[in-house]
Design a protein around this ligand. Structure first.
Ligand code: HEC
Length: 98
């Protein structure tokens, strides 16, 4: 392997590995949320981060999006892609992240 290629592979691994470590135990679908919701525990961005939030409140919010009780621009459509069991698993997983 040429030194330049080895360096490139090393740099790539450094970028990919932290994300892989977070993803290892994530339930199906959980990582799709972080395309919009920040994956960083300290962010105060909009839409709000999911990490470390109370799972029961997350499930309740998602249930309200599903039924239309709660106004949404996009979450009403996102939540319809998941079963109630998947939502439970995703909320529990995010609640346990730090
Ligand atoms: C395409 C972007 C997008 C994706 C993907 C997405 N969200 Fe959202 N989320 C939003 C937006 C925008 C809001 C604000 C409500 C709205 O306008 O729909 C929101 C709001 C929420 C809220 C309510 C937060 C609060 O405190 O008001 C929860 C909970 C939530 N999302 C969970 C999730 C979960 C869980 C996933 C993955 C299954 C997910 N979201 C995927 C964009 C997204």
């Amino acid at each position: 392997m040429k030194p330049s290629l080895a360096l490139a592979v090393g740099a790539l691994a450094a970028v990919i590995l932290p994300a892989a470590a977070i993803a290892a135990d994530a339930p199906p679908g959980a990582l799709s949320c972080s395309g919009c919701h920040s994956p960083h525990a300290t962010d105060t961005s909009t839409p709000p981060r999911l990490i470390g939030r109370d799972p029961a409140k997350m499930v309740a919010a998602l249930q309200e999006f599903r039924t239309g009780q709660r106004a949404a621009t996009i979450m009403d459509r996102v939540v319809k892609g998941f079963t109630p069991d998947e939502i439970q698993a995703i909320a529990a997983w995010y609640g346990a992240q730090k």
